[in-house]
Each structure stands twice: as structure tokens, then as C-alpha cells.
Ligand binder design. Structure first.
Ligand SMILES: NC(=O)c1ccc[n+]([C@@H]2O[C@H](COP(=O)([O-])OP(=O)(O)OC[C@H]3O[C@@H](n4cnc5c(N)ncnc54)[C@H](OP(=O)(O)O)[C@@H]3O)[C@@H](O)[C@H]2O)c1
Length: 270
């Protein structure tokens, strides 16, 4: 029996590596979304190199719920209406305007803060709802009924406080809301035998598949964050993981989860 996966946001970084590792098993068929399939050069290569030709790219912007419905219809036509595992990975990780790293007091203006929060909410929070909503009818017909959200310690209240992580405010607040989306769907679907869970991949160096190399400013901001985490959570480990290392652990968790684990948050850092 083939296992059907959908990875939402797999053009690069963690999502791309999830696709690559899943595709190594010829029993899997992996549907993967990107905002611009043709321009996603790393994804195009993963599709071409997949040993069993078992990766199918689809064009989706998670802000646009219609594009997710259209993708889900395409998947349903190919699989007889079923999907086994949905992995929602897409997130706004846009460093271009420098707002990604800002704390609540570091924005140039309240208008700039509003704009960043609204855009981050659309991608990180509503995006997860759009994606689960579109694929839910297929997941109901699937064999494992698994919904995984790729989350972050930066959206977990205890970790943020322990690390005194004031930076990445819009990202953290909207990823925290995404964890609540996970919990709400878990509550909605518990009687149907679903497992809905969140997994943090840890700090991962994804620069290898970035569309452009990180600027000196971006690297300095990243260092500011990791230094703070390492200082305040001494056993966290200061080396970023490679996508390969992180995703191996992420998928180990994905495979281990059963209905008894619904509504749980996991981290590859333990
Ligand atoms: N890297 C880390 O250290 C780290 C740590 C903790 C958690 N995470 C989580 O891991 C996940 C992946 O992050 P990453 O580090 O791999 O980031 P990344 O390399 O920047 O990849 C982000 C992915 O999200 C997609 N995306 C962004 N906006 C989208 C939209 N509107 N619609 C559809 N797709 C969209 C991007 O697609 P495009 O190519 O179209 O932009 C890309 O595939 C995120 O959920 C993040 O919160 C990462």
C-alpha cells in the first residue's frame, strides 16, 4: 500500500529536506507545494532526482485558501480521494525588510509593526488553517489520519520566557497562535482517531537553499538570538543542526506518533 504525504511549503529549507527524505522510500508518494514551482530550483532537482519519481509539485500560496483547495482536488484525483499524512511547514521567514527579527519595541513605527504582524498572521496562522481545511476530507479517507505542524520553540511560552527571547516578536506570536490552531483541530478531530501535533525542528542552518545568501546584518541578528538562547538555556546546544540531521529526527517523531499523542508539542532537541 503506498503512503500519501502532502508537504505544504517544500521549496527549500526544512520542508525541502522533509520531501527529499520521504521520497527515498519508494512506497511513499509525496505531494509538495511551492509558491513558484518553476523558480524553486532546489525542489525541481529533488523532483528530478527522486529515485522512484514519487514527488509531485503543486503551486500554492498558503495565504490564498483557494490555491490549497485546488491542490487538494489535484491530490484527490490522483489518490482516489485519500491522504495519509499532512505536514504543514510553510512560514514567513522573510528577512528582506529587517522586521523578522525585531522585538516589540524595535519597529520603526507602529504601522510597520502592524503590517508585519498582519502578514505573519496570514502566513503562519491562517495558512495552517487553510491547509488543514483543504486536505481534511482527504485525511478522513486516509489510513493514518496524521496532521503535523512544523512549529518552533520560539512560539512556546515557556521556552520564550526561559530564553528571555524578546526578538522575532511577530513570528513568535503568530507561530504561538499556530500551536493553538493545532490544539483546536486536535480537539475537533479527537473522536475520529486523528493525531494532530506540532514538532519543532530545532535551530537549523537552512542557508544552503536560501534564494540569496544571508546578509551580514541577518547573520548578526541570528547570532544575537542564538547567543541569547544558549546563555539562558545552557543545555540547548549551540550548533545549528543541518537540515538532514534535523529532519531525520522530525520524521522519527512523525512516524512514532499515534492518536494518543494528539494535541502534543515535540522538539528534536528533546
Ligand atoms: N530554520 C530554523 O532554525 C527553524 C527553527 C524553528 C522552526 N522552524 C520552522 O521550520 C519551518 C521551515 O522553516 P525554514 O527554516 O526551512 O525556512 P525557509 O528555508 O525560509 O523556508 C520557508 C518555506 O515556507 C514557504 N513559504 C513562505 N511563505 C509562504 C506562503 N505564503 N505560501 C506558501 N509557502 C510559503 C517558503 O516558500 P517560498 O520558496 O515560496 O518562499 C519556503 O518553502 C517553519 O515552519 C519554521 O517556523 C525553523
Amino acid at each position: 500500500m503506498p503512503t500519501y504525504y502532502a508537504v505544504i511549503g517544500g521549496s527549500r529549507g526544512v520542508g525541502l529536506e522533509i520531501v527529499r527524505q520521504l521520497a527515498a522510500n519508494p512506497n511513499n508518494t509525496v505531494y509538495v507545494t511551492a509558491r513558484n514551482v518553476e523558480k524553486s530550483v532546489h525542489l525541481v532537482k529533488v523532483v528530478q532526482d527522486a529515485p522512484a519519481q514519487n514527488v509531485v509539485p503543486l503551486q500554492v500560496d498558503v495565504v490564498d485558501h483557494r490555491s490549497l483547495k485546488a491542490a487538494a482536488e489535484q491530490v484527490a484525483q490522483a489518490t482516489g480521494g485519500a491522504l495519509d499524512v499532512l505536514i504543514h511547514n510553510a512560514a514567513k521567514m522573510d528577512y528582506a525588510n529587517g522586521n523578522q527579527f525585531r522585538s516589540l519595541t524595535e519597529y520603526d513605527s507602529m504601522d510597520a509593526l502592524d503590517a508585519e504582524f498582519i502578514e505573519a498572521f496570514k502566513v503562519n496562522t491562517l495558512g495552517a488553517i487553510h491547509s488543514i481545511d483543504a486536505f481534511l476530507p482527504l485525511l478522513r479517507k486516509g489510513s493514518t489520519k496524521k496532521i503535523i505542524i512544523i512549529s518552533t520553540g520560539g512560539g512556546e511560552r515557556n521556552i520564550v520566557w526561559q530564553a528571555r527571547l524578546n526578538m522575532t516578536a511577530a513570528y513568535g506570536v503568530t507561530k504561538c497562535a499556530e500551536n493553538m490552531v493545532m490544539t483546536k483541530y486536535a480537539a475537533e478531530l479527537v473522536d475520529e482517531g486523528f493525531v494532530v501535533a506540532a514538532i519543532s525542528p530545532g535551530v537549523v542552518d537552512v542557508t544552503g537553499t536560501n534564494p540569496s545568501p544571508p546578509s551580514a546584518e541577518e547573520l548578526a541578528d541570528l547570532k544575537r538570538i542564538t547567543d541569547k538562547i544558549v546563555k539562558n538555556i545552557p543545555n540547548y546546544g549551540d550548533n545549528p543542526l543541518t537540515p538532514e540531521q534535523s529532519v531525520k529526527k522530525v520524521l522519527g517523531i512523525v512516524h512514532s506518533l499515534g492518536p494518543q499523542d494528539t494535541a502534543t508539542f515535540h522538539s528534536v532537541r528533546g
